[in-house]
Design a protein around this ligand. Structure first.
Ligand SMILES: [Zn+2]
Length: 452
């Protein structure tokens, strides 16, 4: 008798596995044969371009997103009004170094996001540090009146490039504050990028109210190598001219659309951030992520899938320099009395999918792991505990125990393009992008099926 029950349970499980694997195959076929991800990303990158919070381009992108959701006939398309920081790069942005004999090296540089301007051309002796810790240990006398150059390399030996990025992140975020504490007049950092090339990489930085605000810029890794070489044998003067500035906060929006579920008030959010830095086209960061999620919803709809939970795609605004979109969304949906059961984010580029991470209890990691057989034919193999995403992160504060899933693509080339002028549509591969969208659609389908 017992054996018979076990046998029928096994059959039920095998049937579920069979149904799931057939449906997932349909998802990948739809993405690869009739996918819209690549052409949608082209529109976002080429017709609109970079989308820094508060800019006219960001507003254009919001209108575009809403129109796209309408064209795909998503349910309940709406916006959430928010106020976002508004920083602008301005027009002048140049820099060079000179030695005592008048030899010149022009710098490929970008002001860091949020930096103050130089108020005209600024000149100062350049002093190099190999890390933030080394700068912290230096005497005020040594640094005062100079321009600090922090030349910390991302660790090329790390297999997960996000770990190498994490190891350098502080020089960008804290460099200006630590340099100003020692009396420096400006800070220049080596770009947070892995290849040695001419592209400077911008990104967010911050000031402390009780420390003078000094200008901060990143130079290309190639320039950093040359400057460092020159500094070994001679004194250099850095010349920089930045006229970036901060404006009052500007009105903006998160924008969203849904596939209404049988349990309408049980929400699964999937999304990425619509804003990007103001250089390049925000193609991998995070054009690919928002397109992945919109395409995942479109695929499920095209296959006639009726979800149990409401599947909501959210294009968040202002991840790059404030995360106002993510923070406001979590509070807003809680106040509206919605019930959120899971969320997923794609914000690691549009590269070939490797799997998913989960920020959640052991039972959710187990659930994620149980999907690994179903993803085997598509070469996904990472199903583990890990980061969800910056935009969906605040949902944890409002919905205790909510599992947050992060899409994990291959990371080897991400820091070639991240926050750099090279983050353009041409550097995203059509098949890799489509496979990412299909993987996300498949995971969302499985989560929708398995979660109560
Ligand atoms: Zn991003």
């Amino acid at each position: 008798m017992k054996i018979r029950i076990l046998f029928s349970l096994l059959i039920i499980q095998l049937n579920a596995f069979g149904q799931d694997s057939v449906f997932i195959r349909k998802i990948f076929t739809e993405a690869l044969d009739r996918g819209k991800a690549y052409s949608d990303l082209r529109e976002l990158c080429k017709n609109i371009g970079p989308r820094l919070s508060g800019s006219a381009n960001a507003e254009m992108a919001i209108d575009w997103s809403e129109a796209k959701f309408k064209s795909y006939k998503f349910d309940n398309i709406h916006r959430q009004a928010i106020m976002v920081p508004h920083w602008e790069r301005g027009t002048t942005e140049s820099g060079w170094v000179t030695n005592k004999k008048g030899r010149i090296l022009k710098l490929n540089l970008l002001a860091l996001g949020g930096s103050v301007g130089t108020n005209g051309l600024m000149r100062g002796e350049l002093i190099e540090f190999s890390s933030l810790d080394e700068l912290k240990k230096a005497t005020k006398q040594k640094v005062s009146g100079k321009i600090v150059f922090i030349n910390k390399k991302m660790d090329a030996a790390q297999i997960q490039t996000f770990n190498a990025y994490g190891g350098c992140y502080a020089i960008r975020g804290e460099g200006a504050v630590e340099a100003a504490k020692k009396g420096a007049i400006a800070v220049i950092i080596r770009s947070l990028g892995l290849p040695i090339d001419e592209h400077p990489h911008t990104g967010s930085m911050h000031y402390d109210n009780d420390v003078p605000k000094i200008p901060a810029a990143a130079i290309s890794t190639k320039d950093a190598e040359v400057v460092s070489e020159w500094l070994k044998s001679e004194t250099l003067t850095a010349n920089i001219d930045l006229n970036c500035f901060e404006l009052p906060d500007a009105p903006s929006f998160n924008v969203m659309g849904e596939l209404a579920g049988d349990f309408q008030n049980q929400i699964i959010t999937i999304g990425g951030h619509l804003d990007s830095w103001d250089t390049g086209e925000g193609a991998h960061d995070d054009g690919a992520g928002v397109i992945h999620c919109m395409e995942a919803l479109r695929i499920l709809q095209a296959l006639g899938y009726q979800p149990k939970h409401t599947l909501r795609v959210v294009f968040f605004m202002n991840e790059e320099n404030g995360n106002v979109g993510g923070k406001s969304y979590a509070k807003w949906v809680k106040e509206k009395g919605e019930n959120h059961v899971a969320a997923l984010e794609s914000d690691r580029g549009g590269f070939v999918p490797r799997g998913f991470s989960c920020d959640g209890a052991a039972a959710y990691i187990q659930l994620l792991n149980s999907f690994s057989e179903l993803f085997k034919p598509y070469d996904l193999h990472i199903f583990e505990q890990g980061f969800g995403g910056v935009d969906i992160g605040p949902l944890k504060n409002e919905f205790t125990g909510i599992p947050l899933f992060g899409f994990v693509p291959d990371s080897q080339r991400y820091f070639d393009f991240h926050h750099a002028p090279s983050d353009i549509f041409e550097n995203v591969n059509e098949r890799e992008l489509a496979l990412g969208a299909a993987s996300i659609a498949a995971l969302i389908y499985l989560i929708d099926q398995r979660l109560p």
